[in-house]
Design a protein around this ligand. Structure first.
Ligand code: ATP
Ligand code: MG
Length: 729
């Protein structure tokens, strides 16, 4: 059964691991100890909520930093690359195929793969369907090993923002997430940590995964540590060691499955021959809440089992905990630094390498999300037609001045709204996937070895690809609207440029709101409020509403304001208006006409109802008329020469400022919430050197009666990592 040597030194070992929730809400893990050996499959078993995920994340170094939470304990990881962690939730970019997803993961992990084989980064623009190829990264082999060869060219699917893409099944996603961690990296001798790799799969698929993991452990001589919910009896035969956790995060047994069954048999709990041993063990430590009596009985049983294990450990391991502790090391990950290259140069090369790959991914994701593009294009054209129909051929009358101004205002609001809604809807979703991928970098400690990437290359690639696409829709809208509404031809190019820049600024605001808000829903709730404020602050001249004097400086932040000013400057460029009586302000009375004039006016109105003003009325209204576009701009306080330029400049500044806010927000969240982890104290040598195999360690020997880890004075101090500090690699 066990392929690895029982007495071999552990690849990963931990002791006195305790995780306390903030606000005195108790501990999730209490003095947990254990080990994972090379060549062996070690499974963490326990009822739901017993702390399996928390333990695995703590060991992998991906336990999210949570204010007030405390992680303590020691971890020894054998020299070499850091552990590979496969989280429970699979999250991918929806519009990449399985093969491309794996290919990218491999290239991110191993820059050498990219050196000769990869296409130049700009090729992704010309060939969004292309990918590096199976041959280049040995991805084909991996696809075969994980049974993904049939769906290699299928889109992964899901919802990364944009439309929901139909893709591979849940089981295939689970296998893909394992494959991603293996892609491009040497597994031999490494530690592989997986959180419930089989949950959500049918029994056959689950068995295949367990088989694969056992095969990996035995054949590649790596230590595989995972949590499983309900392994089938056939799968249990493939498991080498178990770590059984009881509710409250305490160890009840650690060692071989057969030894566990013998141990519990000795305590009066024999596993019936027809029973699945894994289910029997989990049932044994589960609390039955179906009735008060059953609950009390099971609590007593679990307590006894814990006490028995504690006693066994004390008698078996003695003082072995005293040995083997060494000075904590700050980093156990190898540095990706070729000989002779300076740190700064390596960092730049690494960022460039990641940027190239992420740029290609972004191009594929953006160009393949066809339905989003079709829907947005259709919405832009339909809205332009509606606006055009209600403002058909505005002409050059005095009345058209107001019509043009309000059309410009509505246009700005519409294009900005469309951009912001797109960002709000897609970015918070994409952030979840990206957060997990960035987390991979945290888990491994070093880029390249862990397969993650940096926030900067991701963000730059996103901006480079999405910015031009974002500018297309307002241009389409303006191009359709202009001829229908009879907008000024001379300023058409400027008008489109202003709309494009304003739309960019709005999507920048969407990015920053999306990055600051925890969920899509909160972002969608906050976004419209921010937009309404932008609209309120836009009307500087008081044409539509009066802004309080104190709030006027805030208008500089309004994307609608700059959009409106730019559009008006473009629209009024060189425009001339006819003089007519419609410009006459309300309340101004003309002197009564003479009899002849009155009769002439009456006859004109009867013969030509469309005729609005007589020559006398026109002459009287002339002083009130605006004859040139420049006069209109003057009245609005817009510089006719510099209005467009200033509008574009301010929109780009708003875009840049909001992008910077989004970047900073993601960075800070990464530190506090998942991308950056709470770390256990790393020890340079095995924690229990000299101890034989098959028995585990004395997890309670460094713990109080409730399992609380203490500094007993026998070993080194237990690490205590407060939020905001980082003791790990
Ligand atoms: N950050 C947290 N805030 C609040 N409670 C937490 C947090 N992390 C873990 N817990 C609690 O700790 C307990 C253990 O959680 P964990 O996810 O590790 O359990 P699990 O054994 O993996 O469960 P399952 O088998 O259902 O996946 C749960 O009761 C959970 O609610
Ligand atoms: Mg879990």
């Amino acid at each position: 059964m066990a392929a690895g040597a029982l007495g071999a030194p552990p690849a990963l070992e931990w002791d006195a691991v305790r995780y306390e929730l903030p606000g005195g809400r108790g501990a999730v893990l209490r003095g947990v100890a254990g080990r994972a050996r090379r060549g062996r499959l070690t499974v963490v078993l326990g009822p739901s909520g017993s702390g399996k995920t928390t333990l695995l994340r703590a060991l992998a170094g991906t336990l999210p930093r949570k204010a007030g939470a405390r992680l303590r304990g020691r971890r020894y990881c054998a020299p070499g690359p850091p552990p590979i962690f496969v989280p429970q939730e699979a999250s991918f970019f929806s519009c990449l195929t399985v093969c491309e997803t794996l290919d990218l993961a491999a290239r991110l992990r191993d820059p050498a793969l990219n050196a000769g084989a990869a296409a130049p980064w700009w090729r992704a623009l010309a060939d969004p369907k292309g990918h590096g190829g199976k041959e280049a990264t040995a991805v084909g082999e991996l696809l075969f090993e994980l049974g993904l060869e049939n769906c290699a060219e299928t889109l992964v699917g899901g919802d990364t923002g944009g439309t929901e893409v139909v893709g591979i099944s849940g089981g295939e996603k689970r296998r893909l997430s394992i494959a991603m961690e293996l892609a491009g990296g040497e597994v031999e001798g490494r530690v592989l940590i997986l959180d419930e790799p089989t949950s959500g799969l049918d029994a056959f698929q689950a068995d295949r995964i367990v088989d694969l993991l056992a095969g990996l452990a035995h054949d590649s001589d790596c230590a595989v540590l995972c949590s499983l919910h309900q392994p089938r009896s056939a799968s249990v035969d493939r498991i080498d060691d178990i770590l059984l956790l009881s509710p409250g995060g305490r160890v009840v047994f650690e060692g071989e499955v057969a030894a566990a069954l013998r141990h519990f048999e000795g305590l009066g709990h024999s596993c019936p021959s027809s029973y699945n041993p894994a289910e029997f063990l989990v049932d044994l430590v589960s609390v039955d809440t179906s009735s008060k009596e059953a609950e009390e009985a099971s609590l007593v049983r679990v307590k006894e089992l814990r006490a028995a294990w504690k006693h066994l450990r004390r008698t078996n391991t003695g003082d072995s905990l005293q040995s083997g502790f060494a000075t904590p090391v700050r980093s156990i990950s190898p540095r990706l630094r070729p000989d002779g290259a300076s740190g700064a140069r390596v960092a730049v090369l690494r960022t460039w390498h990641q940027f190239r790959l992420l740029f290609g991914r972004c191009v594929k994701q953006t160009t393949r999300d066809r339905w989003t593009h079709v829907a947005r294009s259709a919405a832009s054209v339909a809205l332009a037609l509606c606006f055009g129909a209600t403002n058909y051929r505005l002409g050059n009358s005095q009345k058209s001045i107001k019509s043009r101004a309000s059309l410009m205002f509505q246009t700005c609001i519409t294009t900005a709204m469309m951009s912001i809604v797109k960002s709000l809807n897609s970015f918070p979703r994409e952030r979840v996937t990206v957060g997990r991928e960035l987390e991979r970098r945290g888990a491994g400690g070093g880029v390249g070895s862990a397969g993650g990437y940096g926030l900067l290359p991701y963000f730059l690639s996103k901006l480079c690809v999405e910015t031009p696409v974002e500018a297309l829709y307002p241009v389409l809208f303006g191009a359709v609207l202009g001829p229908i509404a009879g907008l000024n031809r001379a300023g058409r190019r400027d008008f489109l440029a202003v709309l494009a820049s304003q739309s960019l600024a709005a999507s920048g605001i969407g990015l920053s709101i999306g990055a600051l808000c925890p969920t899509v829903d909160t972002a969608l709730a906050l976004g419209p409020c921010v937009m309404v404020l932008n609209i309120l602050l836009a009307d500087q001249s008081g044409m539509f509403a009066e802004i309080p004097e104190a709030a006027k400086p805030l208008a500089n932040l309004s994307v609608i304001r700059w959009g409106f000013e730019g559009c008006m400057a473009a629209e009024m460029k060189g425009l001339e208006f006819t003089v007519d009586a419609t410009a006459m302000p309300k309340g101004v009375q003309m002197p009564p006409p003479g009899l002849g004039e009155a009769l002439r006016s009456f006859a004109l109105k009867v013969l030509d109802p469309a005729h609005t003003s007589t020559a006398r009325e026109t002459a009287f209204a002339e002083p009130y008329c605006l004859k040139r576009g420049g006069q209109v701009l003057e009245g609005l306080g817009i510089d006719p020469n510099d209005g467009v330029h200033r509008s574009v400049e301010m929109a780009l500044k708003i875009f840049a400022a909001n992008s910077a806010v989004a970047f900073a927000a993601m960075r800070v969240q990464g530190r506090e919430d998942g991308f950056k982890a709470q770390m256990l104290e790393n020890c340079a040598e095995p924690l229990h050197a000299g101890e034989g195999g098959g028995g585990g360690s004395g997890e309670e020997s460094a713990a109080t009666s409730d399992g609380c880890a203490q500094d007993t004075g026998r070993g080194p101090r237990a690490a205590s990592v407060e939020p905001g500090t980082d003791s790990g690699s």
